[in-house]
Design a protein around this ligand. Structure first.
Ligand code: G3H
Ligand code: 13P
Ligand code: ZN
Length: 308
């Protein structure tokens, strides 16, 4: 069934694993992810960004996710990723999403609270979960000074006050990750002391890690080998994701790894089969590549196999 995050996060929080939240934009991406979750009997969050809504038309995505549930019998959360204002959150609640993110992280603290509260009030009245964000995910480098960290990373005391005042169900925090394929210039660094402190202050609040793709080297080199040009791409090492799940991280957001897995496979297919022009010939293997990557994450990184 289409479920909220409530029970999913409660279990993840007590058992030290995390639920994978994967961004979806079309049928093959949804199918690859869902097949992996089904084989692993894993809890699953499928998330849709504003860009995905624009690309695919929200109705298509909602109906594809419904089809996946009919087909597999899985419990799936349909979540809005990075809702920028009340309006888009309301639209998604009304469209049948079971969870929405209001990302007020670019606003001053008090405004973020006000906006988040407004979304919580509406979403909760319809039985929908809400994720909010505090702190900024920017292009953080390995040599960030402590003062800069304090300016962008989540301040633990503020996180506690924020959750208390908004009644939000889960909180995305900033501890050094960023979106995309270029997360670190030098050695990867995440501020685990800060994460521990946040988790200590709000132990019952499920925390969310955005920008959590590993940018798996096998896919980067495969892209580059078959005509791509993405040098120096680097993500969050798998061990760091595992560590994060021990300190309250219940939701791990992954988009870039899906993009890379899919693109690597399609590049390889075109290079090896220039005669092909039937989309099924390359989208099929791309779907399989997504499935394999997601299954690996669920099993070996998130520790979420057999937790559905
Ligand atoms: O938060 C970023 C996600 O990867 C979604 O990306 O806005 O290009 O769909 P997008
Ligand atoms: P990645 O770019 O690391 O996949 O992060 C995705 C994300 O945080 C979506 O909200
Ligand atoms: Zn994000």
């Amino acid at each position: 069934a289409l479920v909220t995050t409530k029970e999913m996060f409660k279990k993840a929080l007590t058992e030290d694993y995390a639920v994978g939240a994967f961004n979806v934009n079309n049928m093959e991406i949804i199918q690859g992810i869902v097949e992996a979750a089904q084989e692993e009997s894993a809890p699953l969050i499928l998330q849709v960004s504003a860009g995905a809504r624009k690309y695919a038309n929200p109705t298509y995505l909602v109906k594809l996710v419904e089809a996946a549930i009919i087909d597999t019998g899985l419990d799936i959360v349909l979540h809005l990723d990075h809702g920028a204002d009340f309006d888009i959150c309301k639209k998604c609640v009304d469209d049948g999403f079971t969870s929405v993110m209001i990302d007020g992280s670019k606003h001053p603290f008090e405004e973020n609270i006000k906006l988040t509260k407004q979304v919580v009030e509406y979403a909760h009245s319809k039985g929908v979960s809400v994720e909010a964000e505090l702190g900024k995910l920017a292009g953080v480098e390995d040599d960030v000074k402590v003062s800069a960290r304090n300016a962008t990373f989540t301040v633990p005391e503020e996180a506690a006050e924020f959750v208390e005042k908004t009644g939000v169900d889960s909180l995305a925090i900033a501890i050094g990750t960023s979106h995309g394929a270029y997360k670190f210039k030098g050695e990867p660094y995440l501020d685990f002391e800060r994460l521990k402190e946040i988790h200590k202050l709000i132990p019952d609040t499920p925390l969310v890690l955005h920008g959590a793709s590993t940018v798996l080297p096998e896919f980067v080199s495969k892209c580059n080998e078959y005509g791509g040009n993405i040098p120096g791409a680097q993500g969050v090492p798998e061990d760091m994701i595992k560590t994060a799940t021990k300190y309250g991280i219940c939701k791990v957001n992954i988009d870039t790894d899906l993009r890379l897995a899919m693109t690597a496979e399609i590049r390889k297919h075109f290079a090896e089969h220039p005669e092909d022009f039937d989309p099924r010939k390359y989208l099929g293997p791309a779907r399989d590549a997504i499935k394999g990557m997601v299954q690996h994450k669920i099993k070996n990184v998130l520790n979420a196999s057999n937790k559905k």
